[in-house]
Design a binder for this molecule. Structure first.
Ligand SMILES: NC(=O)c1ccc[n+]([C@@H]2O[C@H](COP(=O)([O-])OP(=O)(O)OC[C@H]3O[C@@H](n4cnc5c(N)ncnc54)[C@H](OP(=O)(O)O)[C@@H]3O)[C@@H](O)[C@H]2O)c1
Length: 332
């Protein structure tokens, strides 16, 4: 077993600030310690994977490295009583694909605590069509629900709407009856967003106010933000009395130019979303909902499948913000 090899994408430093990625043979013996060895069948492509693949040291400190923050497959060997060979399982987040060899390889070895049984109603590929993006979109919607944001309260804005997290947030909210306004920078995303349930399509420039006015016309009962920067600042200043805004991403910027006035004059709530370290109980609760009420009929229409060998150009595409919907990776 220990001499067995497998195919994986390996990212290597190839000079100052230069990184190369290619498919190589790796040895199972070189995987990190862990209680559960998993044969990976599917992974998915997230923004963080692209950052790891280009040498972003905030995501991955040491190279050579195999990215992939998501993985679904079967247990090959388990030293933990909760799992046995042949179990259908998935892993998303924690340190997978960051500084632990990730899902863009045919095997991973991880602590049992990270491993979630795939719900019966989800296939390996469908579980990865959701993946980290689905968990993050679901967490964002749950945060809004927990704050009492209901469909009758008025429109909910989703930014970065054609991306992975954005398109799933639009889908979950629309399926639950919310009136969704979807922000996109892509003219060609209009039909895509309408088909997944967006009621209104909003250009990025319409929700980018750099005037520094502390408050803007109040419009949104809730906001799911995936991009940060001026768009998030504009969204917070445009949120209605006691509305809530979730913040999960920085696709546009890590900055947030703002005053305290939306919080102290309108009582709006800014809610942080972290799917990487989300509790196991919350993960189990979310995967249950993804297999039932959020098991979207159109998930296959917004998901593209690529073999591991052809993944590299899709990494470039996500970095240029050209991707729409979800990309799953056939690994094994
Ligand atoms: N906190 C967490 O737990 C967590 C989990 C997953 C992801 N994230 C973060 O969430 C963000 C989205 O992730 P993802 O995997 O969905 O990425 P993605 O598929 O690349 O989607 C990002 C979308 O943001 C929009 N965008 C890109 N650049 C922009 C810019 N300069 N200005 C405004 N909008 C821009 C684009 O949508 P349009 O063209 O439609 O505008 C793009 O499709 C990333 O920052 C990621 O790191 C956080």
């Amino acid at each position: 077993m220990s001499e067995k090899t497998f195919s994986a994408m390996v990212v290597r430093e190839a000079g100052e600030k230069k990184y190369e990625r290619k498919i190589e043979e790796r040895s199972i013996a070189d995987l990190p310690e862990g209680e559960v060895l998993i044969r990976v069948l599917y992974s998915s492509l997230n923004y963080k994977d692209a950052l790891s693949a280009i040498g972003n040291k905030g995501v991955t400190r040491n190279y050579p490295h195999t990215p992939g923050i998501d993985a679904a497959g079967t247990v090959e060997k388990s030293d933990h009583p909760d799992f046995k060979a042949g179990d259908r399982v998935l892993v998303t987040g924690y340190d997978l694909g960051m500084n632990t060899s990730g899902g863009f390889g045919q095997y991973i070895r991880v602590p049992a605590e990270w491993v979630i049984p795939i719900p019966e109603k989800l296939s390996y590929s469908k579980s990865m069509a959701f993946g980290t993006a689905g968990l993050t979109a679901a967490l964002s919607v749950i945060h809004l629900e927990d704050r009492g944001i209901a469909p009758q309260g008025g429109p909910v804005l989703v930014t970065g709407a054609s991306g992975g997290v954005g398109s799933l947030a639009v889908s979950f909210l629309a399926a639950a009856g919310y009136d969704v306004a979807a922000v996109t920078g892509k003219a060609e995303a209009r039909d895509f967003l309408t088909n997944i349930g967006a009621k209104t399509i909003v250009g990025r420039e319409e929700v980018t106010d750099t005037s520094q006015r502390p408050l803007l016309k109040s419009q949104w009962a809730g906001v799911v933000d995936t991009v940060g920067g001026d768009i998030l600042s504009t969204a917070i200043r445009s949120t209605k009395l006691h509305g809530s805004i979730t913040c999960c991403g920085n696709a546009a910027s890590g900055d947030l130019p703002l005053t305290v006035y939306p919080f102290i004059l309108r009582g709006v709530n800014l809610l942080g979303v972290d799917s990487q370290n989300c509790t196991r109980d919350m993960r189990l609760r979310i995967w249950d909902r993804l297999a039932s009420e959020w098991n979207l009929p159109h998930i296959d229409d917004i998901t593209k499948e690529v073999p591991l060998a052809d993944l590299s150009p899709h990494i470039d595409e996500i970095l240029k913000a050209q991707k729409m919907g979800r990309t799953i990776v056939k690994v094994g």
